[in-house]
Design a protein around this ligand. Structure first.
Ligand code: AMP
Length: 394
């Protein structure tokens, strides 16, 4: 199968080719024809599956047709749970729409309202937004959706996890009834299904790959550590060993993130840090450093890492265990993307092995146990374990 099979406009084919994409990923192969037909769609797709291109390309094809009504305002709206994801999604649209005149406005918190108002006053076709900031603009009448044709909810499950359900419903109430709605989510059950029932009309449904299939390009491994300090020593050794790889390290709290960055600097390992207390500017800077390779290791909390897409991330390390199977899947989905190989390492203290086993059971997969015999558990510190105390404070 090739992108040519979708009878896309040559300008879009040009945009796709420029990215070096040779053939559609499974989600693209299934979703693009449905979206081109104008149908509503709910699709189960992980980050890393190529889902953004799957909704961007057919929506852009629609923009190449004349608008239904001759008023101002966007014809496409994408809602994402986080600022970083919004920026990423807008970037994909601009890449795909490189050879058409696409004008996009990104509306996210942490960025200047005045700039956004100015951009909204100019001509634009696409708005990519996080719910809070979009509602702010909507309620003040700064953005109007009379011309809207396609509404896309990206990472709907995350949106609900972050408590945006009422905001999403409210935003939907500002949109024309006559529209196409596309919902992408890692899972389609429970609450996601209910919101889909509310805002989609007779949707087609697509699911690509079970958990096993989704993880086939990622090698899963767990190292047992005696103590938290042993975990730090193991982490330092793994980062040292994989000096050339780009690594995202997950921690449970902001304090652990800062603490770990300090500890690793004692091992001459310079790491970027992403968490909710960092300003948007600082987060963007860290992401740029990771993308450019000037920083190879970033330590992040789950919220800060949501929806991150960094080309060529080779390694994800769970310094702290994820809450459960779903969080595990989201974390490790940062690597092994679009057919590339990746490694997902989990560091486990004896008190946490039951949680690792629960994750394996819920996802029906086996995580290989390994040892790094060269890294002995460090002697227990005489003073109170600083990492543990940092955690308690957060
Ligand atoms: P996403 O699931 O949208 O987060 O995309 C994950 C990654 O897949 C991104 O880095 C895209 O650049 C890449 N990608 C998207 N479509 C393709 C394709 N058809 N072939 C190869 N890589 C792709």
């Amino acid at each position: 199968m090739s992108f040519k099979d979708f009878s896309l406009d040559p300008r879009l084919i040009g945009g796709i080719r420029r990215q070096g994409f040779e053939k559609p990923t499974p989600i693209q192969a299934q979703a693009i024809p449905v979206i081109l037909k104008g149908r509503d769609l709910m699709a189960a797709a992980q980050t890393g599956s190529g889902k953004t291109v799957a909704f961007a390309v057919p929506s852009l094809q629609r923009l190449l047709q004349p608008a239904r009504v001759a008023v101002r305002g966007p014809r496409l709206l994408v809602l994402t749970p986080t600022r970083e994801l919004a920026q990423q999604v807008a970037g994909v649209f601009l890449d795909m729409g490189k050879f058409m005149k696409l004008r996009a406005v990104t509306l996210v918190g942490g960025a200047s309202i005045e700039d956004q108002v100015r951009r909204l006053e100019e001509k634009h076709d696409l708005v990519v937004a996080t719910p809070g900031r979009l509602l702010d603009h909507l309620e003040k009448g700064r953005v109007r959706f009379q011309r809207l044709e396609v509404f896309i909810l990206d990472e709907a499950d995350r949106m609900l996890d972050l408590g945006f359900i009422d905001d999403v419903k409210k935003i939907a109430s500002f949109l024309p009834e006559e529209r196409q709605t596309l919902l992408f989510s890692a899972t389609l059950g429970g609450r996601v299904k209910r919101i889909a029932d509310d805002i989609l009309r007779d949707p087609d449904s697509i699911e690509t790959g079970g958990p096993r299939e989704r993880h086939q390009d990622i090698s899963l491994v767990a190292y047992l550590a005696q103590t938290r300090d042993h975990k730090i020593a193991l982490l330092a050794a793994l980062l040292e060993k994989g000096k050339r790889s780009r690594t995202l390290v997950f921690v449970a709290t902001k304090r652990t993130a800062d603490y770990l960055a300090r500890e690793l600097s004692h091992h001459n390992l310079h790491c970027g840090v992403l968490h909710g207390d960092k300003t948007q500017g600082a987060r963007n800077h860290t992401l740029r450093q990771l993308r450019s390779g000037s920083v190879r290791v970033v330590i992040a909390t789950d919220v800060a890492a949501r929806g991150l897409d960094v080309e060529g991330l080779d390694h994800v390390i769970n310094f702290d265990l994820p809450q459960g199977g779903r969080e595990y899947t989201h974390r490790i989905g940062r690597t092994g993307r679009a057919g590339k190989k990746g490694t997902a390492t989990t560091l486990v203290e004896p008190k946490d092995t039951w949680r690792l086993e629960r994750i394996e059971q819920s996802l029906k997969l086996k995580i290989r146990r390994a040892e790094l015999s060269s890294v002995e558990p460090p002697p227990r510190r005489a003073t109170k374990n600083r990492a543990a105390s940092a955690d308690r404070k957060s």
